[in-house]
Design a protein around this ligand. Sequence first.
Ligand SMILES: *[C@@H]1O[C@H](CO)[C@@H](O)[C@H](O)[C@H]1NC(C)=O
Ligand SMILES: *[C@@H]1O[C@H](CO)[C@@H](O)[C@H](O)[C@H]1NC(C)=O
Ligand SMILES: *[C@@H]1O[C@H](CO)[C@@H](O)[C@H](O)[C@H]1NC(C)=O
Ligand SMILES: *[C@@H]1O[C@H](CO)[C@@H](O)[C@H](O)[C@H]1NC(C)=O
Length: 493
Amino acid sequence: MYNCYCLFISLFYYISLVHADEDNWIFPDGFLIGAATSAYQIEGAWNTSDKGESVWDRFTHADSGRIEDGSNGDVAADSFHRYKEDVQLLKQLGVDFYRFSLSWTRILPTGYANVISKVGIKYYHDLLDELEKNDIKPFVTIYHWDHPQLFQDMGGWASEAMVDLFGDYARVVFKEYGHRVKFFFTINEPDVICETGYYLGIKAPGLQLGRYGQYVCAHNLLKAHARAYHIYNEEFRAQQKGKIGIVIHSHYYYSKYGNDTVSEDVAWQFAFGKYAHPIFSKEGDYPDSIKRRIAENSKFEGLLRSRLPTFSREWVDYIKGTSDVLGFNHYNSYNVEPILGSNKTIYENDDGLVYTHDPKWPKTPTSWLRIVPSGLLDNLRKIKDNYGDIEVYITENGIADTGELTDTQRMGYLYSYMKAMLTAIKTFGCNVKAYTVWSLLDNFEWQNGYKERYGLFHVDFTDENRTRSPKKSVPWLTNVIKTRNLQPPMDGP
Ligand SMILES: *[C@@H]1O[C@H](CO)[C@@H](O)[C@H](O)[C@H]1NC(C)=O
Ligand SMILES: *[C@@H]1O[C@H](CO)[C@@H](O)[C@H](O)[C@H]1NC(C)=O
Ligand SMILES: *[C@@H]1O[C@H](CO)[C@@H](O)[C@H](O)[C@H]1NC(C)=O
Ligand SMILES: *[C@@H]1O[C@H](CO)[C@@H](O)[C@H](O)[C@H]1NC(C)=O
């Protein structure tokens, strides 16, 4: 009798635990789920009608061996002609929203705001019409890396002239589309632009300008973002009533040694805080930790001033608070450990850190991308710790395959990362409002060409029709979106 009662109690307890556990994987009311792409990666039609040349057109056409498979985005997924198919894919998934970007040189062929392309403007209106018909909200990224080549010839993001030029472009976007777009993102992943485009030179415009060039780029991007925000705020918000923010990405960084209490934060501040702190913190400006390291290093190397540019008080105030929401992209984590400076410097690469992967973290086809779901949870908690309860929209998350339709690894990845996100929301009170899979469909993956495929839908790039086919994750994800319940994929994570 006693045993039986006990069994009954434990069974009851077990059932309620399982039940509680199930409840944890239900998405909060009003939570938005979507999929993302960007203009250069999917549109093609690079020289249709009056479209101007972008840095990505120039970079890929240079045929300099920097694109792994020698390919380019001239046709890509041909979404310029096939956007209606794309919207049907979104419809099939049942997403709440579609995050896509606008091509600056399709809308403004010369880059300047005085010549507006009728064809370019119409293309995005047609796409918006199609989304509206299918009840899918547009999340519009104004700039996802494809600025006009002419402006690059003037220095690109190494030049402060871009602040006004970007503001003028953003104003055209708000004027044309703001009455029907309620979510704008100004700039996608500023750190990728500056690190890979102006420091490493592996993405357009392919420059290696040293750390100073990288920081000047960051400085101008922050100013340009703030300019666009203020234009929206002052000239459009009252009528259009939308939200506007920036998209910043971060890996998570784990100190390799338990006795190292600083590296985790230093790495995070260098990658993420550099952009987030000036916008989202109470005091504004760059984080102290990175200002200090860069200044010490610059002095040691005999520079007359820090190679991290300084914001005037006016600019600190102008940039502070310029995002209604944080767009957050996340994929991967690193271990970090301090590295001894050489005799030329104190902190190697200014941050003084070495980045490695734990060999236990599962690999994916992308060399830098390992599967570490806790990295998303820890980022969301750190964002809350640093900036309070700001609204966070996860604007990208996903992994690549190499062309197969049976994307078992992707299902496991998305499942485990969404689980980490729901834990952040339900257990730690993180204010996450949306989740976005990168990407809707296979596309031009920058320097990796068409070798790494991030799509939920496969695209046959050898077929003139660029035929789209659902991968195995599509029915699973469709069901998650429909039921608002994160069920594990059949094959398990
Ligand atoms: C557009 O670019 C393609 C190469 O992608 C080229 O074959 C074609 O001639 C160009 N069209 C125009 C109108 O310049
Ligand atoms: C921390 O631990 C590592 C590895 O055990 C060791 O090499 C290092 O000297 C320690 N550092 C400090 C500051 O104790
Ligand atoms: C700095 O280190 C390099 C390489 O280790 C060495 O060749 C050089 O002599 C050193 N310079 C000074 C000033 O110590
Ligand atoms: C592409 O689509 C067109 C129009 O539907 C069709 O006539 C053509 O056969 C298709 N091409 C291929 C390779 O499937």
